[in-house]
Design a protein around this ligand. Structure first.
Ligand SMILES: Cc1cc2nc3c(=O)[nH]c(=O)nc-3n(C[C@H](O)[C@H](O)[C@H](O)COP(=O)(O)OP(=O)(O)OC[C@H]3O[C@@H](n4cnc5c(N)ncnc54)[C@H](O)[C@@H]3O)c2cc1C
Length: 447
């Protein structure tokens, strides 16, 4: 099986670019799509421009976990809301969304991990979640056939999953049905500015006048922002995932320890991934933002494999242009769909760990393996804010490896932020100024 969304995928969303609209959304991942959805529902004229294909990047490549468990406390209320949206979406789209509430389980190998789970449980209770601690016997009761001496676990039965590469294009159809115009193969090259404010965008297909723009460009957001004088200390890591052929069910939900993560797929196989390991390509932004990343770097150092340079044209590539004119071909057009090659070492290690843990299943036969570039922020929580010195620009990016599940809730929040309506949640933690106003960078839980 080849990865289902690529440069070769026929264009499914070919809206016509209007001369003017109320809001342009840059980026057709789950965040841009759900923002467009909610803006259209509020009666605003919204155009979403996607340089490649809807959900071609992170939003199709992720594990498909829709989880409250282990979230940063300021994200949690938005995630609780997002879960309500997912349930309504499942009513609208049915089985095709792949939405199932079968829970998320974390398994601990050490007492220290159990203590971390206990600490998070207190927050879960405060938010009324159904999360509970699990004894080794409880874990064995849920996950059958595992031969691993887990000390116990943390389980949230109401957590869920969906099938990313099917779900996000369906959500895009829903946004179009509500009045959004979606244009694939349409990179936004630059903002059109007048008197220091957003007056529109210049795309490869022409200009659109508007006075609000939402930047939801995933891993490309910092590159776009920088070309307009906005400093966004965003970096990306490469994460490898694989899909097995159908296997007997050992657990209906999503589960992880620090060796590997797995979740049951709609086709009867599992999506497998490492619990923590990832690859990092060092580029100019890595040096630029090294200081703010020190706290997370210390935590993740052993699970990160460093590489001296990105493949050519990547958002933080050494030779990737940092600025360009509106009539030039930009980095966004040179890579339509960021499609990193999966790590052979990670595929081998994870397959081995899974087979050791579930000997009755044997070595898993893989039908596909892929990778995605996860965009992250130094404190592992997003930026969702207006840019103070560039009126009309709203940033919604840096979902830091957990934007799929929260997407429907975050889209609603961003839409209300743009529409000037109360957003209903405290967005202080997600403000852009935290990286420039001397605030202490406090990484969220990477549970
Ligand atoms: C391997 C992996 C596993 C993950 N697992 C989970 C999980 O289980 N649960 C979870 O909640 N999250 C998970 N995530 C994270 C989640 O996938 C992301 O946080 C989320 O998809 C981000 O959505 P987005 O819309 O911000 O960005 P993206 O999905 O990356 O979309 C951004 C889009 O913007 C487009 N774009 C960029 N610049 C321009 C431009 N100038 N003009 C036009 N278009 C532009 C890009 O082409 C891209 O399609 C995982 C991510 C990966 C990679």
């Amino acid at each position: 099986m080849t990865f289902p969304i690529s440069d070769a995928t026929p264009i499914r969303f070919a809206g016509l670019l209007p001369a003017a609209c109320d809001v342009v959304v840059i980026g057709g991942g789950v965040i841009g799509v759900m923002t467009a959805w909610h803006l259209a529902e509020r009666g605003l004229r919204v155009v979403l421009c996607e340089k490649g294909r809807i959900a071609g990047e992170q939003s199709s490549r992720n594990w498909g976990w829709v989880r409250q468990q282990g979230r940063d406390l300021d994200e949690l209320p938005i995630m609780v809301e997002a879960l309500r949206h997912w349930k309504a979406l499942a009513q609208e789209f049915g089985e095709a969304l792949g939405f199932r509430q079968e829970g998320v389980m974390y398994m601990a190998k050490t007492e220290a991990e159990m203590a971390g789970f206990e600490a998070w449980l207190a927050h879960a209770k405060a938010h009324g979640l159904d999360t509970r601690m699990m004894t080794p016997g409880d874990v064995a009761g849920k996950i059958s056939g595992a031969e691993k001496g887990w000390k116990g676990g943390l389980f949230t039965p109401s957590d869920a999953r969906a099938e990313p590469w099917a779900a996000v294009p369906l959500l895009a159809q829903g946004a179009v049905a509500r009045g959004a115009v979606i244009v694939e193969g349409c990179a936004v090259r630059r903002l059109d500015l007048a008197a220091g404010k957003v007056a529109g965008v210049i795309t490869e297909q022409g200009s659109i006048a508007c006075d609000q723009v939402v930047l939801a460009g995933g891993s490309w957001s910092a590159l776009f922002a920088r070309a307009h004088g906005v400093r966004l200390p965003q970096l990306s890591v490469k994460a490898t995932v694989m899909a097995t052929e159908p296997l007997p069910e050992v657990f209906a939900g999503n589960a992880a320890d620090d060796d590997f993560a797995f979740r049951r797929r709609q086709d009867g196989g599992y999506s497998l991934a490492p619990g923590a390991a990832h690859d990092f390509f060092i580029g100019p932004d890595a040096f630029r933002h090294a200081r703010v990343y020190l706290p997370v770097l210390k935590k993740d150092f052993r699970s990160t494999r460093f590489h001296p340079a990105s493949p050519s044209g990547y958002p933080d590539g050494w030779r990737t242009p940092r600025d360009w004119a509106a009539d030039e071909i930009t980095p966004f057009e040179r890579i339509r769909v960021l499609n990193p090659s999966p790590s052979a070492r990670i595929i081998r290690d994870v397959s081995k760990a899974f087979a050791h843990t579930f000997p009755a299943l044997g070595r898993p036969r893989l039908k596909a393996a892929w990778a995605g570039m996860i965009d992250t922020m130094p404190d592992v929580v997003p930026v969702v804010d207006r840019v103070a010195h560039l009126p009309g620009l709203v940033i919604a990016t840096g979902m830091s490896g957990h934007g799929f599940g929260i997407g429907p809730g975050m889209g609603r929040v961003v839409a209300d932020l743009v529409a000037g309506q109360p957003v209903g949640h405290d967005l202080h933690r997600f403000r852009l100024a935290r990286f420039s106003d001397g605030s202490k960078i406090a990484p969220g839980p990477s549970l």
